[in-house]
Design a protein. Structure first.
Length: 573
């Protein structure tokens, strides 16, 4: 009895392991500051511009006003907004752009641990040790740490941290279909809003899992309906972002997404590099061991929980498929599937592989613990945590913060007035620059009179100049052509003395307008596309639908009483 009590106390203490793992993943950022990875300047510029757009009254933002010396960019119409929005909130609370980015990065590992634990707790018969082990494995996974520390791929990292919530909903559909709809919808919507490409593969996983589990093993018709409804609601919740982005994609330089170093043909990974540490995308050996052990254990005739085998098969299929997509063996598939080249780097599928491997770890711990005593199971869990920590150490040693001189100049350099005078970019390939816009003209012809670069000798009084809105008073004895320091994009509107006037494209891709002789008051403004407004309505309707589902499930007598949450149930076992 004394030994059992001692073991239970140790098991309760072991719930600190996922928290320790999350702390390890967040500690370098909290202590040393924003990491100096591949894309550090792009991430900070995007976050600074998103924050400024919110402060200027754009919600949700679509136009970055200070980029390209004030010519601006519709980048936020296409770039997933969740991490910039989180960093903007952090900036509002902490007062600095860098502080907002650090706060967002520091919170993500804890969210990832919670998401993985929630996912594993939906696996039938899985003990609490499975949730703890999978959470530690995933949070300390070298690929995720590489995203956050070495690549500054904060959008993808955010998506990977949140993706398990959707998978938790898929697994939950069998027992609690009503609440599963909300889990799937929220998880999928968050991932779509975090990272476009991760949203694509997660939607494909959700659809594939729904199709494969349509039989009795997946919970029957109610579960299938819940999964389908969750996917539909999730896409609707995020439609305010992806709908206008999809419809207006032809207006920007999408060819840059597939050119040069972004061509997938030159970015496949060798297996040795994929399961190592030397390359920034390496996953470490534990992922290969987990998937191999899962395959071997499935082949054994040992008894398993009746609801776990199909989950194990799905995890193995997802993990092996992700590994295959990252290696040259899948080159013909990349050439055939239309949207696949947009991933640019096949090794990006190491992220989904890490997620499926975490589920594999959870199942292996469940099966192993069933044949071990309590003490042996606790020792095994501690050993696995130690291995995960050791696997993460090479990434920890590769972490580099921004140098002190850069940190000291960072906030002044990210201020709106400073960005107007600097060539700091927001992306690598200028892929969100409107078609027809000159790549160099903005560096040569900067605004000279408020928002204007040329005014043909007219008398101009700048009444207001706020990036997406400018108001001028213009007087001229002859017709003049005004050239504005704003890239031509279909959503600009010009009013002359309160009446709509035509806009043209100037020689460098900027807005141009012809003004007759006389005195006029001009208002130039950028309006969000109609597709954005329609998407907001659709997202609002989806949000109300989710609220209605939640309220209907909370009514007494309408559904089964909900069980305790994942952490509460874990401590009861």
């Amino acid at each position: 009895m004394h030994a059992d009590r001692l073991a239970r106390r140790w098991e309760a203490l072991l719930w600190a392991l996922p928290l320790v793992a999350a702390s390890v993943a967040a500690l370098p950022v909290v202590v040393a500051g924003f990491p100096q990875g591949h894309d550090w300047i792009f991430e900070l510029v995007r976050s600074a511009q998103y924050t400024q757009a919110v402060r200027a009254g754009q919600w949700p933002p679509t136009w970055a006003s200070e980029l390209y010396a004030g010519y601006g960019s519709p980048i936020f119409l296409f770039y997933a907004p969740l991490f910039p929005a989180a960093s903007a909130l952090g900036s509002a609370l902490l007062g600095t752009v860098g502080g907002g980015c650090v706060a967002a990065l520091a919170l993500l590992p804890a969210l990832a641990a919670l998401a993985i634990a929630a996912m594993v707790r939906q696996v039938p018969g899985a003990p609490a040790a499975s949730a703890r082990a999978a959470a530690s494995f995933y949070v300390l996974h070298p690929y995720l740490l590489g995203d956050a520390w070495l690549r500054n791929a904060d959008a993808e990292y955010t998506a990977l941290c949140l993706a398990p919530f959707a998978l938790a909903g898929l697994l939950r559909a069998r027992a609690q279909p009503r609440s599963a709809v909300l889990w799937i919808a929220a998880g999928l919507a968050l991932v779509v809003l975090a990272h476009n490409l991760s949203g694509l593969w997660l939607a494909a996983v959700c659809a594939g899992a729904t199709a494969l589990s349509a039989g009795r093993s997946g919970g029957g018709r109610a579960a299938a309906l819940a999964r389908i409804s969750g996917i539909g609601l999730g896409l609707a919740l995020a439609s305010f972002f992806w709908l206008p982005a999809l419809l207006w994609l032809s207006e920007v330089r999408t060819e840059q997404l597939l050119a040069g170093k972004f061509d997938f043909h030159g970015n496949f990974a060798a297996l040795g590099a994929l399961f190592g540490w030397e390359d920034f995308f390496g996953m470490g050996p534990l992922t290969a061991l987990a998937l191999a052990a899962l395959a071997g254990t499935l082949a054994l005739p040992a008894p398993k929980h009746s609801g776990q085998r199909w989950i194990a098969l799905g995890a193995l299929l997802g993990g092996l498929s992700s590994v295959a997509l990252a290696t040259p063996i899948s080159v013909q598939l990349w050439e055939l599937v239309p949207l696949l080249p947009l991933y640019q780097f096949p090794w990006r599928f190491a992220g989904p592989a890490a997620l499926f491997a975490a589920l594999a770890v959870a199942l292996l711990v469940s099966w192993t613990s069933a044949s071990l005593g309590r003490r042996a199971a606790l020792v095994l869990e501690l050993l696995l945590f130690a291995l995960c920590t050791l696997q993460a150490l090479p990434r920890l040693l590769q972490y580099e913060p921004l140098p002190a001189p850069v940190r000291d100049r960072l906030e002044p350099a990210l201020a709106p007035a400073a960005l107007l005078r600097s060539p700091l970019p927001a992306t690598v390939g200028e892929e969100y620059l409107p078609r027809g816009a000159s790549l160099t003209a903005w560096q040569v012809v900067s605004p000279r009179l408020g928002p204007l670069v040329e005014w043909g000798g007219a008398r101009v009084e700048v009444l207001e100049d706020r990036g997406v809105f400018a108001r001028l008073r213009v007087s001229s004895e002859t017709e003049v052509t005004l050239r504005w320091a704003r890239w031509a994009f279909p959503q600009w509107r010009l009013d002359v003395n309160g009446s709509s006037a035509a806009l043209e494209r100037g020689p460098s891709g900027e807005i141009a307008s012809r003004i007759p002789a006389g005195s006029y008051e001009l208002e130039l403004r950028y309006e969000p596309p109609a597709a954005r407004r329609a998407g907001l309505w659709l997202s609002g309707i989806a949000l109300l639908s989710c609220a209605a589902i939640a309220l209907a499930g909370a009514r007494p007598g309408r559904s089964a009483q909900p069980g305790p949450g994942p952490f509460a149930r874990a401590t009861q076992r």
